[in-house]
Design a protein around this ligand. Structure first.
Ligand code: EPZ
Length: 453
């Protein structure tokens, strides 16, 4: 398994470009199942989870080809409306095909995702929503079997809890349902808005994207479209925090500052200077002592849970005690113990973490437990004295495109080491890991088991 070896103590300087959003590309790829015409998606990040989704879509019946960051999908027919356990266990977002498959072919068989490192993460709300639209759903042998032979019918759906992929799954079902669907307490994440923008280009009638009430007027059929995916706000936020934790001068380009308001506000309260030198760019510098701030994760537009781990690493460098409260996932402090191994002083009290600082972190061997935890350990390694080895970086490859190359471009001393086989494979796949031969059905790729994200 690959590792990162990081020599800390260098302040980052320079520009770091943002890739397309993983969490926007995943539902957008699934949305291609909703039409028998070609869908072209641009700015698709070359990360492992995208590969898994592409593999799933090819198994379902999509023809697929790509170059650089553009993916073309064409699904003339749904050959097998199934998401098998082998794929779902490696990426729970595979459940995003449930809604499109039921809507397009009247049936779907999707493996239940099971638990994950950061929480139990059931998909009961996805099922509840589809049942409200008239789907008959059975759960047997670890699979969710959904049927709607006469098609779906629009309805009012109130989510008693905000769910991002639950909202996306239901919107994708509702666009081909008869009549109107109203989703109340919908997620307002930029990725939901981006999906609705794509579906509208495909001919769907959607109102209220980005608000907590989304109205979908079902259509008999959708057509093909071309769409550019939004930049990855979590990747951009990670690089802003990298600039702050190393007390460097970093400009993150190709991002959408509007999507990062909550983080920018917390960075400024902590004493960092965040400016916008040009459209789509954010510059971060720390010119004074960092102060601790208290952060509570919330649904958008609140502080993103996917930036909590990285911000915790930053707070180890700030003067005082910071209280970080995680409200979205019940088990998302796994990185705290690893940061403690680097000399941090963090006490976990249920859903709250108390971070005391400033502490000079010292390099150590640490293990990543999930995608964002691994990012926080990389940031801590950049600020630490001496050498840090981050193990199991396959987690980070799930959602960050060549992060070590991007950080090294701003002066970070970071390198990927792996066993000979992996590093050869990595170097040959640098452009696109697990390159899928265009328009062909490939064998499933061997991936580590955990299925967060
Ligand atoms: C999406 O996950 C993101 N993943 C996650 O990013 C992100 O952390 C999360 O939203 C919150 O922002 C993708 O978009 C692919 P939820 P999702 O449904 O949709 C509970 C990353 O690092 N819930 O909004 O799965 C759930 O357990 C990943 O890129 C139910 O109880 O999250 C959680 O506590 C990690 N029943 C809360 O709601 C349901 O049916 C919010 O989950 C669905 C969710």
């Amino acid at each position: 398994m690959d590792k990162f070896v990081i020599t800390g103590g260098t302040d980052l300087n320079g520009e770091i470009a943002t890739s397309g959003s993983k969490n926007s590309a995943l539902p957008a790829l699934a949305a291609a199942l909703l039409t028998d015409e070609p869908v072209t998606l641009r700015r698709i990040p070359r990360v492992r989870d995208i590969r898994t989704m592409e593999r799933l879509l090819v198994d379902i019946g999509s023809h697929f080809d790509e170059d650089e960051e553009t993916v073309r999908l064409h699904t003339p027919n749904i050959v097998s409306p199934e998401a098998p356990y082998e794929l779902v266990k490696t990426m729970r977002a595979s459940s995003l095909v449930l809604g499109p498959l039921v809507a397009r072919s009247g049936r779907a068989r999707v493996s239940a995702p099971g638990g994950c490192a950061i929480g139990s993460r059931p998909i009961n709300l996805h099922i509840f929503g589809l049942e409200r639209l008239g789907a008959k759903i059975n759960q047997t042998h670890g699979y969710i079997e959904a049927e709607a032979p006469d098609g779906l019918k629009g309805a009012e759906v109130h989510f008693d809890r905000i769910t991002v992929t639950g909202t996306e799954d239901l919107v994708m079902a509702a666009v081909l349902a008869r009549g109107e669907t109203v989703i109340d307490n919908a997620a307002r994440e930029p990725e939901v808005v981006d999906l609705c923008a794509l579906l509208s280009k495909m001919g769907a009638k959607i109102e209220g994207a980005g608000t907590s009430i989304i109205r979908v007027h079902g259509a008999a059929k959708l057509h093909g479209a071309r769409h550019m995916i939004i930049p990855d706000r979590i990747e951009a936020g990670t690089f802003l925090i990298a600039g702050a934790i190393t007390r460097g001068d970093v400009t993150v380009t190709g991002c959408e500052p509007e999507h990062l308001r909550a983080l920018i506000s917390q960075l400024e309260q902590a004493g960092a200077s965040v400016t916008q030198p040009s459209a789509g760019a954010l510059r971060v510098r720390v010119l004074a002592k960092l102060k601790t701030v208290d952060v509570t994760t919330e649904e958008h537009p609140g502080f993103a849970t996917d930036l909590q781990a990285q911000f915790m690493a930053l707070m180890t460098q700030a003067e005082g005690i910071s209280i970080i409260t995680e409200t979205i996932f019940e088990n998302r402090f796994m990185h705290a113990q690893e940061l403690d191994r680097m000399g941090a002083n963090i006490r976990i009290d249920g859903r709250r973490a108390l971070v005391a600082g400033p502490i000079q972190l010292s390099g150590a061997q640490v293990i990543a437990s999930d995608l964002r935890a691994s990012a926080s350990l990389v940031l801590a390694g950049l600020a630490a004295s001496g050498e840090t080895t981050v193990d199991r970086v396959y987690h980070i490859d799930r959602g960050y495109e060549a992060i070590e190359t991007k950080l090294a471009g701003a002066g970070a001393r970071i390198r990927r080491v792996g066993d000979k086989r992996t590093s050869d494979k990595q170097s040959s796949d640098k452009q696109s890991p697990d390159k899928l031969p265009s328009d062909k059905q490939p064998a499933a790729n061997k991936q580590p088991e955990e299925a967060s994200a």
